[in-house]
Each structure stands twice: as C-alpha cells, then as structure tokens.
Design a protein around this ligand. Structure first.
Ligand code: PBG
Length: 328
C-alpha cells in the first residue's frame, strides 16, 4: 500500500483541523498604533494608509475606547506636534501633544488596556532624525540618550504603562531604565525596539507623522542584510533591562523574529509596519486579495514565527473579526 503516510488525515474536516491547529491569534495579542496630531479640528486621513487617520485629541479618545471595547491588548501612541525644533523639545514638554494625549487615554482607560508610548525624537525634530545632531549633521548618540531619559519620565508621568524606545541609539534602554527608576517609575515597563531595520516599508509612516527627514537612518537602524546583529541588539537590550523586545518590520523579517524569540527570555513583539499594511490594503482595494483572510493569515504567520504580541494597524478590526471565534 502506497502512500503509507497520509498527512491529509488531519486535514479532512474542520473539526480535526481545529483540534490540531497549533497557532492562534486572539484580540489580546494585538496592539493598535495610533497617531494624534496637534492643531487639527477633524481627523485627517493618511492617503498611503487607507482607513488610518491622524486623530484630534477628542477623536483619539473615541477610537481608543472602541479599540479597547473590541478587545485589543494595548495601544501604542505616536504624536505629531504643530511645531518642531532642533532638539525635539515638544517630546519632553508635559503639555506636548503626545504627553497630553497619554493623560487623556490614561484617564479614560485606566488599566483596561496597556497604554504604550513611542519614545523617539523624530516626530518632534525639525530635521526628522531620531536624535539630536552634531554641528556636522551626524546624530549624537550620547546627547540623545539624555533626552530619551527625560522623555521616558514625562511619558510615565503622563500615564504610559510601557515606553517603546524606537530610535536605535546605543544604550537607550539602560538610560531610560535608570531614569525611570530614579524618579519613582520602577513599574513602568520598556518595550525595546531591539532589531529595527532601515526599511523601505516605513514609507507610509513618514506621511502619517509628516516626517521632515532628508536622507536616511542607516547610521542607526540596521542593515536589512544582517541577521546576527539582531541577536546582539536583543542581548544588549535584555542586559540593559528590557521587559519585552521587538522586531520591526516583521513580514520580511520572520527569520529574525524566530531567532530572537529563540534566545529572549522575555515576551517578544513584532511590528507589522505601515508599508506592510499599505501593500495588503492596496491589493485588496483592487480585488486582488481577500482582505480579511490575507490580514488574518499575516497575523497568524507572525505568531507562528514566535511573536507573543503584534503591533498592527488592523488591531481593532482584526479583534472584531476574531471575537467569539477561534479562527486563524
Ligand atoms: C520612528 C518610527 C518609525 C516607525 C515607528 N517609529 C519610522 C522610522 O523609523 O523611520 C515606523 C512605523 C511604521 O512604518 O508603521 N520613531
């Protein structure tokens, strides 16, 4: 009798497939990145990210409450200030747009969902880099660290449960940990963007935050050609006190996610970035892909590769799809 091995036995009907399905995506695994912009009266659509908007402070509160109602595990907040300067001072101003919005959400949501804040200067600097510049135009790692330390404290004071340093400065996790501990915020967690690549997939995000960047971030973000370096970055972040580590982007970096998940002894996150969102949205809008099935398959594959937590612009919608069932 041939074939003697028949893997199709375990695929023959929905009941057996459901029984042996290894990976699931649940609303609690998903974190919704959100943008809040200063000085607008109506939410502003982001053309390259159909369905995603820059929120006003009020529309942010409503959308955040809806996402939490849908069951998402957390929110990651990005601020778009009206004014920018060379040192990104809006980032450390307690009344800056990001910190003010954190206070709003913290008051509205309490502990119903995990409130996370992007900890980076690029949205706040007039040159668009993630740190402050030296006179020669290069990014000054160690001066930037001082500002990140301050930024973390203001975000914690404003109600962030988790801060997410995304600037890829050396030593950022250690400095932020130290300044949080020194100011009474020992319980504020750090989600380290450990392996963050200099990626073309961030294209639409630059629209989302009205990025001022000229040039690129290749002196601080990683080269997409390198995998080993991701493990070193994750090790350093863990040694500096990271509570969770993240890989970003994710769909072209599932190998990196797998490797990091294999060594990290903390939860691991993956960030499905703006360009990954835009690709699927564009294909679905053309009728070339089934939107819901494609999105859920992408989330399932990110979980399968080792992510405990997924940051995705579909978080609220996917949570609604997933609710009640154990599909995917
Ligand atoms: C930088 C930051 C970026 C993203 C998140 N944080 C952009 C960049 O590094 O150029 C990208 C997120 C996305 O593309 O969805 N603070």
């Amino acid at each position: 009798m041939y074939p003697s091995h028949r893997p199709r036995r375990l695929r023959r009907n929905p009941a057996v497939r459901r029984l042996v399905s290894e990976t699931s995506v649940q609303p609690r695994h998903l974190v919704l990145p959100m943008f809040v912009r200063e000085g607008i009266d109506e939410p502003a659509p982001i053309p390259s990210m159909p369905g995603v908007v820059q929120h006003t402070r009020d529309s942010l509160r409503a959308a955040a409450a809806e996402a939490v109602e849908a069951g998402v595990g957390g929110l990651m907040l990005f601020g778009v200030p009206a004014e920018r300067d060379a040192t990104g001072s809006g980032a450390v101003d307690p009344d800056g747009v990001l910190n003010a919005a954190l206070r709003d959400l913290s008051a509205d949501l309490g502990d119903d969902a995990v409130l996370m804040a992007d900890l980076c200067l690029d949205e706040f600097t007039d040159h668009g880099h993630c740190g402050v510049l030296r006179p020669d135009g290069t990014v000054d790692n160690d001066r930037t660290l001082q500002l990140y330390g301050e930024m973390g404290v203001v975000q914690a004071q404003s109600g962030a449960h988790v801060v997410g340093p995304s600037g890829m400065m050396d030593g950022q996790v250690g400095v932020i940990r130290e300044s949080l501990d020194a100011t009474g915020f020992a319980d504020t967690a750090i989600l380290a963007y450990s392996a963050k690549y200099a990626s073309a997939f961030y294209g639409p995000f630059r629209d989302a935050v009205d990025s001022q960047l000229q040039g690129d971030r290749k002196t601080y973000q990683q080269d997409p050609a390198n995998g080993r370096e991701a493990l070193r970055e994750a090790d350093l972040d863990l040694a500096e006190g990271a509570d969770m580590v993240m890989v970003k982007p994710i769909m072209s970096y599932l190998d990196v996610l797998r490797d990091v998940a294999g060594v990290a002894d903390v939860p691991v996150a993956g960030y499905q970035v703006s360009g990954e969102y835009a690709m699927i949205e564009a294909a679905a809008a053309n009728g070339w892909l089934d939107r819901e099935r494609t999105v859920l398959e992408s989330l399932t594959s990110i979980r399968r590769a080792g992510a405990d937590v997924i940051l995705t612009y579909w978080a609220a919608e996917a949570a609604r799809w997933l609710r009640g069932g154990d599909r995917a």
